[in-house]
Design a protein around this ligand. Sequence first.
Ligand code: FNR
Length: 362
Amino acid sequence: MTGEPVNVNEFRELARQALPKMYYDFYTGGAEDQCTLKENEEAFRRIIIQPRILRNVRCIDLSTTVLGYNISMPVMIAPTSLQKLANPEGEIATARAASACNTIMVLSTSSTYSLEEVAACCDAIRFFQLYVYKRRDISAKLVQRAENNGYKAIVLTVDSPRLGRREADVKNKLVVPPLKNLEGLLPTKFVSDEKGSGLAALASGTLDASFCWEDITWLKSITNLPILIKGVLTREDAIKALEVGVDGMIVSNHGGRQLDYSPATISVLEEVVDAVGGKVPVLVDGGIRRGTDIFKALALGAQAVLVGRAVVYGLAAKGEKGVNRVLEMLKEELELTMALSGCCSVKEISRSHVRTKHDQQL
Ligand code: FNR
């Protein structure tokens, strides 16, 4: 590839060139046959945009709010672990880019800079993604630290009672660098594993597979922060999540890294949005590589989207500048899509702007 990258997929190629195979595989890979991984992107291609013409689209406003926080565009940064493997500045670079683009970054529990270091590096609006460990006291401590350090919400990941089987990581014997939030809290002997993925070994030793709906009450009892649950894929679970009183939900299949053959997120978004009926915000992630993808997600009822790999590709290719560029690119693409579809603001993007396979053929 020559010249500057012009889209997210070209950033992916730059990331491939920049990274050792073990790390590139870790970032791009999915679980088992990687069916869900591929479907996350493919399902977007099957949705058609129905543009409206002859609207005055001279000024386009992409700003929106999530949990009351104003952001410059309906695109947030998904939690992705181990960012130092992409660039030495890791999560610090990502947070600075989030701040420059005025959007929200969700920091992973499994970060390679501590949540305190990320909080101190810039004024980005930050949410904290939480894994619940067998050692419940450690998760409680993390929540407390997030709260003390100005994180604005807890994003509870609920699709990972065990780690999905990512075969590339098993083959490559992925070595996990120090997880800074867990230093002194969890044993580090799992970080490399001669038999396979170091991450799988770490997860199986630590994640609490017994965590269930009733335990959300426990989480609510230890924090005043709003709680978003990440990993909702069905109407039934969306209703259950409302019953236990979450403040928002993220339709997510973990970027196809957990249960293979779970549905593409964009294909179940509308079902969840309908079940929620506007009571709390619904966000979505998975397979978003283009402004048109974001537009489709908003048309199907998402308040905003989160991007995982796109950001990591930017980080691996060009550090903070790369993340910045990826976010700007998505913003520019969304703005163009809105203009060409006759929408001046994100509120104007409606269900009638897209056609899915469930809609009658016109
Ligand atoms: C993730 N994801 C993730 N999710 C989470 O809740 N905690 C985590 O630590 C991680 N770590 C992680 C690492 C890497 C390398 C990837 C690619 C993903 C899932 C992530 O938050 C998000 O759901 C997906 O990345 C969205 O799909 P796309 O945008 O990558 O297609």
